[in-house]
Design a protein around this ligand. Structure first.
Ligand SMILES: [Zn+2]
Length: 195
């Protein structure tokens, strides 16, 4: 179901998966489609987000602020749509968090209200909370398209006569800007590459 949702989102954003093109999946077309802006804040907390929103001229209703460290934050109203990520995280982790928050927007708009905080989003995490797991699955599907993984596996097999999953994971992590453990999990799940 999430695969079909991501495929529809790609069509809506006018993008396609192009195995002949190298490089990471661009998130900007999807964020633009949903009219979402994103910011990286150091020491991300809901207190810091509320201060940033107010400084940006966004009028927000009173809300309980907290200094609990966060990895991601989604603010969603009719007039303002923003994703915040922890600035100190590595690039591949920040990209995964943005994709995770986009997943909440696409999948859970009715359930999550105006504020959604994430304390522990990680690229290779599994979550016991269904909504969090779905957002992780969405991010995985979006950032690591199966067609790209298959194409790179076939290419490696042509070049080397074999397709070690470890070598493939190393190459794909660099190309797609995802963590080694995340791409490894994805390859394991899809059964791409040799064990
Ligand atoms: Zn989440």
């Amino acid at each position: 179901m999430i695969g079909a949702t991501v495929a529809q989102l790609r069509r809506d954003a006018g993008t396609t998966v192009e195995p002949n093109r190298r490089g990471p999946v661009r998130l900007e077309p999807f964020l633009q489609l949903q009219n979402i802006r994103h910011h990286a804040l150091p020491q991300l907390t809901s207190t810091a987000v509320v201060a940033h929103l107010r400084a940006s001229g966004v009028s927000i209703e009173d809300r309980e602020e907290s200094d609990t460290p966060l990895t991601g934050f989604l603010y969603w109203t009719e007039s303002a749509r923003l994703v915040y990520v922890q600035a100190d995280h590595l690039l591949h982790n920040r990209r995964f968090i943005v994709a995770h928050e986009l997943g909440h927007v696409i999948l859970h708009r009715e359930q999550i209200g105006s504020f959604h905080t994430d304390t522990t989003v990680g690229e290779s995490d599994t979550s016991s909370q269904p909504l969090e797991q779905e957002a992780n699955d969405f991010a995985t599907e979006l950032l690591m398209p199966a067609e790209i993984l298959q194409a790179r596996a076939e290419e490696l097999r042509r070049l080397c006569g074999a397709c070690s999953r470890g070598v493939l994971a190393y190459r794909l992590a660099a190309e797609l800007l995802v963590s080694g453990s995340a791409i490894r999990n994805r390859l394991d799940t899809l059964g791409v590459g040799d064990d």
